[in-house]
Design a protein around this ligand. Structure first.
Ligand SMILES: CCCCC/C=C\C/C=C\C/C=C\C/C=C\C/C=C\CC/C=C/C(=O)SCCNC(=O)CCNC(=O)[C@H](O)C(C)(C)COP(=O)(O)OP(=O)(O)OC[C@H]1O[C@@H](n2cnc3c(N)ncnc32)[C@H](O)[C@@H]1OP(=O)(O)O
Ligand SMILES: Cc1cc2nc3c(=O)[nH]c(=O)nc-3n(C[C@H](O)[C@H](O)[C@H](O)COP(=O)(O)OP(=O)(O)OC[C@H]3O[C@@H](n4cnc5c(N)ncnc54)[C@H](O)[C@@H]3O)c2cc1C
Length: 672
């Protein structure tokens, strides 16, 4: 049911903030969206979804029981997927089913997450990336038309990170031309898959393939787990929900076990390898890790997902900070807006800049991903290691940075930021999961580190390396870069830090080997440094890409838009340079005086951005329905909304709670 939202006048403080804006907001929105036409398309889609949909709940989700919350999420998912299927895909084109616009609009329906998210987010992409044309023709139309609903079941109770250690088996039986899926141990039970517990009737399963007595490693299979009519689990399938967790509370993350469950041979996803009718195993892939393709795809999309989540948190915290007043600066003067405190600006302006950095980098990463995949389709897999290294570190660093900045947004809202009605706790717990899923932070940075160590060795011996590590050709044999406080200078310093750290890792590994360790132990002992080196490389990529993309995308912008976009990018460079002063002192010629100057310029930049702060978050163009926040709505009527939300607490449904008569009164009367 759609709740009525009272129309209110804009809070005078916010109205005044908007009058201070000196740039064209729409131009900035267009840059964020990827062009004027993209903004128009997004707005059209948002209008369709939000005018049609049951986006507001009368009872907030957090006041419902687990069961009610799931049922409500399913109800809304069905409404939303109908709108996606019947109206939105007509605009984006069927091939853009994973468009960030659909993802963004979904947030108006789900404060938390839809149980269908993984169907569109991972099941469908796996069908597209891992099927033969015949399999695609069989499964994809049904999946896009919601005739079947899928999940992605890879992780098991015993293993998430180490995919090669998965225990579920798929043993080929040539007599019946079937695979027998089996879960031999409790640790082999699939665990975590979103939408698997109660919603999905199909799933993609990763299992160890056995044929002709030999194990060929992990492969993907499509498995029907429930009857399409009754929705009962099929015989041989044990499936359920894994229980309450920190977030993801409106979805049904599931467990799944197989008891010698049979599927047809054709249900092995055979794009990269197949099993013939007689059981013969034939590998066609030119790269052994192409079956991990869905994970690479999601890691790539998560960078823009982080920009989106950060832009929501920043919008909430900055609008709130413009209407919140606290503490007299001088006796008898009005209390200032908390946004006037430089410490508050330090917490928040980096969030705006980071949302831009991730958004611009994510578009560049998406284009890189598309280009590499086009090459792979032609049989050229040369660029795959670089894409894997890049998507791994960008996923790790963007999710981790987004998480800590979102927490800063919550801190910036004081006590009210702790309220679920602010939406900050939902955003935080959603993003907290992203640091772990699709590859844990440390694990992915260590993947990038493998690539970097090889690249460093190449550069050291004078060979040219691939584009994202090309800085190693300049810096691998340089001791310290000369400090220069321009943007080029700061970017080069980040590259020098990365090169210095990678070089130090290589030397540590070599020294350890010299002292008698084998390579594996030398690597293991160096992993703390390797993680730091991969993070430094990622920061070098981020600052360079953000800067270049900002310059490219503002070429034809008006002067004031150029200025404000430039200011944000400089703020991003300075913020991270100041965060990494220890590294700068180690790997560049920066002096204490240079760092003091940098600090002063950073503080001046905060002050310069202050008048445009509210308009910069307005430029994210997040409708109130998407923000779901008592603190962040466009009109800034924070206190009215907090009070309104409080009235919805189930505890306020009756003036006296029955527990008073049952427990408190007897306690007061000494009768308990
Ligand atoms: C109706 C409502 C719907 C609304 C929705 C609307 C729209 C939705 C649309 C879109 C959704 C958009 C976004 C989605 C947002 C949110 C998603 C929501 C929820 C997600 C839920 C989470 C799902 C999951 O987590 S799935 C499980 C993921 N699991 C992992 O990531 C495991 C991590 N582990 C690994 O990846 C690997 O094990 C490993 C660590 C990489 C190691 O692998 P291993 O095989 O052991 O290899 P190694 O021996 O270490 O390495 C050998 C060699 O291979 C190289 N390598 C490894 N991986 C790759 C690769 N992928 N590609 C290329 N190369 C690779 C490795 O570097 C090494 O190379 P070397 O020898 O040269 O060094
Ligand atoms: C909300 C949520 C949704 C999910 N959805 C799905 C889904 O839909 N489908 C699915 O298949 N999976 C899903 N997952 C599972 C997810 O992909 C895994 O949890 C994730 O890959 C991490 O693996 P793990 O849990 O085994 O952690 P572990 O690998 O056990 O990690 C524990 C700790 O050990 C460290 N560690 C592990 N290996 C190494 C190493 N080699 N070197 C150094 N440190 C190491 C890690 O850094 C971490 O600190 C989901 C998880 C969450 C939280």
């Amino acid at each position: 049911m759609k709740a009525n939202r009272p129309k209110r006048d804009v809070h005078p403080d916010l109205a005044r903030e908007r009058l201070k804006c000196n740039f064209n907001i729409e131009e900035v929105t267009n840059i964020i969206d990827g062009g004027k036409d993209k903004t128009l398309e997004r707005k059209k889609i948002e209008d369709i979804a939000l005018n049609n949909g049951a986006c507001l709940d009368e009872i907030p989700d957090e006041c419902l029981s687990i069961k009610e919350r799931y049922e409500n999420a399913i109800r809304k998912s069905c409404i939303y997927s109908n709108i996606v299927r019947n109206e939105m895909l007509e605009i984006t084109g069927m091939e853009n089913f994973e468009s960030p616009v659909l993802r963004r609009t979904a947030d108006a329906f789900f404060k938390d997450i839809s149980p269908f998210m993984l169907h569109l987010g991972m099941f469908v992409p796996t069908l597209i990336g891992q099927s033969t044309p015949e399999q695609m023709a069989e499964w994809l139309p049904k999946a896009l038309d919601m005739k079947i609903i899928g999940a992605y079941a890879q992780t098991e109770l015993g293993h998430g990170t180490f995919i090669r250690g998965l225990e579920t088996t798929a043993t080929y039986d040539p007599d019946k031309e079937e695979f027998v899926l089996h879960s031999p141990t409790i640790t082999s039970y699939k665990w975590w898959a979103g939408g698997l517990g109660k919603t999905a009737n199909h799933c993609v399963v990763m299992a160890q393939l056995y044929t002709q007595g030999e194990c060929h490693g992990t492969h993907l299979f499509i498995v029907q787990i429930r009857d399409l009519d009754t929705h009962m689990p099929l015989p041989g399938i044990k499936v359920g929900e894994i229980g309450p967790r920190m977030g993801f509370s409106s979805a049904d993350n599931g467990f799944l076990g197989f008891n010698s469950f049979r599927i047809p041979r054709q249900n092995m996803l055979m794009k990269h390898a197949k099993v013939e009718k007689d059981g013969c195993y034939v590998k066609s892939a030119k790269h052994g890790k192409l079956t991990y393709g869905t994970m690479v795809f999601i890691r790539v999309t998560l960078v823009s997902e982080m920009s989106f989540n950060l832009s929501k948190a920043a919008t909430i915290a900055i609008r709130y900070s413009a209407v919140r007043r606290q503490t007299e600066l001088r006796p008898n003067e009005p209390e200032p807006q908390i946004l006037d405190y430089p410490t508050q600006q330090h917490k928040l302006f980096i969030c705006i800049a980071t949302a831009h950095a991730f958004q611009l980098t994510s578009k560049w990463l998406w284009d890189t991903f598309q280009a590499v995949m086009a090459d792979v389709r032609k049989g050229n897999v040369d660029a795959l290691p670089e894409l894997h290294a890049l998507s791994s570190c960008l996923k790790a660093v963007s999710t981790s940075d987004a998480l800590s900045h979102i927490e800063q947004c919550r801190f910036a809202c004081g006590g009210h930021g702790y309220m679920l009605s602010s939406n900050l706790p939902f955003i935080y717990s959603f993003v907290a999961a992203t640091r772990t899923y699709e590859g844990d932070y440390t694990v992915l940075l260590l993947q990038t580190a493998r690539f970097l160590v090889k690249a460093w060795e190449q550069a050291e011996s004078g060979n040219n390396v691939t584009p994202t590590v090309a800085y190693l050709n300049r810096t691998a044999n340089t001791k310290r870069v000369v400090w220069d406080n321009t943007h080029e200078g700061i970017i080069q310093s980040f590259q020098a830090i990365a090169a210095g750290k990678i070089g130090q890792c290589v030397r540590s590994i070599r020294d350890r080997i010299k002292s008698g360790m084998d390579y594996e132990d030398a690597w293991l002992m160096t992993t703390v440094q390797l993680v730091a080196a991969a993070e430094a490389h990622c920061r070098a990529v981020l600052v360079n890409t953000y800067w270049n993309e900002m310059i490219r995308l503002t070429k034809s912008s008006s002067a004031n838009v150029k200025t404000v976009m430039h200011q944000l990018a400089v703020l991003y460079l300075m913020y991270w340079a100041l965060e990494k002063t220890g590294d700068l002192l180690k790997y560049s010629s920066v002096s204490k005086q240079d760092l003091d100057d940098l600090q002063r310029r950073y503080e001046e930049l905060l002050a310069a951005l202050r008048p445009n702060a509210v308009s910069l978050v307005d430029a994210f163009d997040l409708r109130d329905e998407i923000l779901h926040s008592s603190l962040g709505s466009y009109d800034g009527c924070v206190y009215e909304r907090l009070m309104e939300e409080a009235q919805k607490s189930p505890l306020n449904a009756e003036p006296v709670n029955p527990s008073f008569h049952k427990y408190i009164k007897p306690l007061m009367q000494g009768k308990l």
